[in-house]
Design a protein around this ligand. Sequence first.
Ligand code: NDP
Length: 341
Amino acid sequence: VAPDERLGWAVVGLGDFALNQILPAFANSTHSRLAGLVSGNADKARQIAQQYGVAESGIYSYDNFDEISDNDDIDIVYIILPNALHEEFTVRGAQAGKHVLCEKPMAPTVEACQRMIEACRDNDRKLMIAYREQFEPHNLAAIKAIREGMVGDVNLLSVNAGVSLDPEAPSAQWRLNKALAGGGSLYDIGIYALNASRYLLGEEPTQVFARIHSREDDPRFAQVEDNVAFQLIFPNGAVANCTSSYSTPKNNEASVFGTKAWLRMAPLSNYYNHWLIVDDGNQRIEPSIQEISQFAAEMDHLSRCVQDDTAPHASGEEGMQDVRIIRAIYESAATGEMVSI
Ligand code: NDP
């Protein structure tokens, strides 16, 4: 659509992900344009505003964020803050009359997720959680192949996510702080394995079983967990074996084993360079799929939902369901018992 018909977005929090992935992605958007920046660092905000052509009047701090209600040039706020701050800024954004895209994980607790959903509903604003891989073409092709029966009945999934978390990295300061992160590798990246298990199967797990292990001599894990292995049991009998870790080189992958074929994505949830194969034991298909900017696709999806008054694909309820299951995973690891959801 014409540039002046695109919806105006304000990015809240100018950290690593916002600066390096989201701000550049506006160049690939068709329905969204950058119109505001919210930051605790006024110098950085001014410099980034200059770089991206954002007006001085579109710059806010966390203190005067509520004044964004007076800015008609901004329709949507995109919350890219440490996890425990998602609730406050989603609620304040909705109260200021703005629609909200909020990063994953939605919030540390189910109760916080509920308050976010209510605030957006009470203010008649749309709320979407930024599950970018639900807009990524290889993931969409895998979902379609499974739904169309290409792999047969799915019995097993194996989904893994790991990174090596450098304790010196600026963002490790909040990622290793339970009050700001909610938890460790599970909230940060295990959520990709969890969410993928759910969208690949198109079902909700009814039970979880989990083990958590962090080395006691590793100072990174005084507050949050490192290695998590969790099992999700689905109503049709399928079992997903999932892991997350802060102590491996970057990796993320999914294998889906069905009665007719298996399907594999590796990587599953990178920013770019995805890979999908389907193998029936005799023949291997490696479909050629065009990479796109997932970030632009998800932002444009919400812009279009606002323009057309339709419900976003990745809703607040979707984000809350992952948080509910994450809490059940911690409970299972703590008790050693299977937990029903
Ligand atoms: P960073 O630490 O790089 O950035 C967070 C930014 O939040 C900071 O730069 C700062 O911005 C602002 N902030 C406000 N208050 C605080 C505080 N108390 N402590 C630290 N930062 C604060 O983190 P990321 O960009 O890696 O992650 C931000 C969010 O995005 C998280 O929820 C994370 O899960 C999510 N994420 C999602 C990804 C995805 O692929 N969907 C990938 C990476 C992250 P400022 O200086 O402008 O005030």
